[in-house]
Ligand binder design. Structure first.
Ligand SMILES: [Zn+2]
Length: 312
């Protein structure tokens, strides 16, 4: 009997990962990672990596990749990848199908991570999942009625770019006042830096400039400025989440990303703000709020969920 396999890849700005899963397996039979940039172009490195992990026997049913940027999921076309500048309008599905002759699916990394947490992580057994990752930026994905929400061109659920503060700080996308600009690790660190420049007392200093990780550490030591920064981020996150509750009415919110290490320092003001903002307490009844369970593997596991939509 021939074994069936899926090959999945998580493509990041710094690292390319690929793994092989048996048809019904949830742990990889093999995996490999390499830096995204090197002598050859990133696309050649990706093809080489997939060829490297290709199983010696058996049949590959499908390839799925999580990519760091907006995607047209039907054509498998990556519009652009901010961290891989040469990837603009890259027909990734077509390139990989021509090279490997198996069906290939491509998804935006935050959407794919949402799929991963839903099928294999904190969101299992739910039908309506809101997934948000808070790290350098803020991304997310939504499962509604057991389906990943994609939108007309695949561009739905850019949750980090919801306006929560008109005229507020500049976001990674160039616009102002988005929840990413206020509540991401970058946004939290920038708020602290501005306050330090204004002469606010703190354990933290401007040399070297504090990172959001250091803000969390200072807050845990009782630093008032750090506590204020996290509570402010929590409140604005609560505003964004209540907007998402109104739009999607999920039964669970799954929170991922390094900034969640702030824990209750951020989550308590976040929940309080959600309570204040929702138009009916029904949105909060039975609503679970859980930390993501898959960590760095959310992309790979989500790509597996995507690949498994193609049956042997
Ligand atoms: Zn933005």
């Amino acid at each position: 009997m021939t074994s069936n396999y899926y090959i999945v890849s998580d493509i990041g700005g710094t690292q390319l990962r690929a793994a092989v899963f048996a048809e019904n397996g949830t742990s990889p039979v093999s995996q490999k990672k390499i830096p995204t940039s090197g002598k050859e172009p990133a696309i050649e490195r990706l093809k080489g990596l997939i060829a490297d992990v290709w199983p010696k026997d058996g049949r590959v049913v499908a390839i799925a990749a999580a990519v760091p940027g907006p995607v047209d999921p039907v054509r498998g076309l990556l519009y652009k990848a901010p961290n891989i500048p040469e990837w603009v309008n890259l027909p990734l599905k077509q390139i990989l199908e021509e090279r490997f002759k198996v069906p290939t699916l491509v998804g935006n990394d935050a959407n794919v991570a949402a799929l991963g947490e839903w099928r294999f992580g904190a969101g299992q057994k739910h039908h309506d999942v809101l997934y948000i990752t808070i790290s350098t930026g803020i991304g997310g994905g939504v499962i509604l009625n057991d389906q990943l929400l994609l939108g007309h061109q695949g561009l739905a659920t850019e949750l980090g770019h919801m306006v929560v503060m008109q005229g507020g700080p500049k976001c990674g996308c160039g616009k102002r006042g988005h929840v990413e600009a206020v509540c991401s690790g970058t946004g939290i660190a920038r708020f602290v830096i501005d306050q330090l420049k204004a002469g606010k007392p703190s354990l933290m200093t401007l040399d070297p400039l504090p990172t959001s990780k250091e803000v969390v550490e200072a807050a845990q030591k009782g630093d008032a400025l750090a506590i204020k920064a996290l509570s402010r981020a929590g409140r604005y996150m609560g505003i964004a989440l209540s907007n998402f509750l109104h739009a999607f009415n999920p039964s669970i919110i799954v929170l991922g990303g390094g900034v969640t290490k702030a824990g209750e320092l951020m989550f308590k003001p976040m929940r309080e703000e959600m309570k204040r903002q929702v138009i009916s307490p029904s949105y909060l009844e039975g609503l679970e709020i859980k930390l993501a369970a898959l960590g760095d593997n959310a992309g790979l596991m989500g790509a597996l969920a995507l690949a498994q939509t193609i049956k042997p």
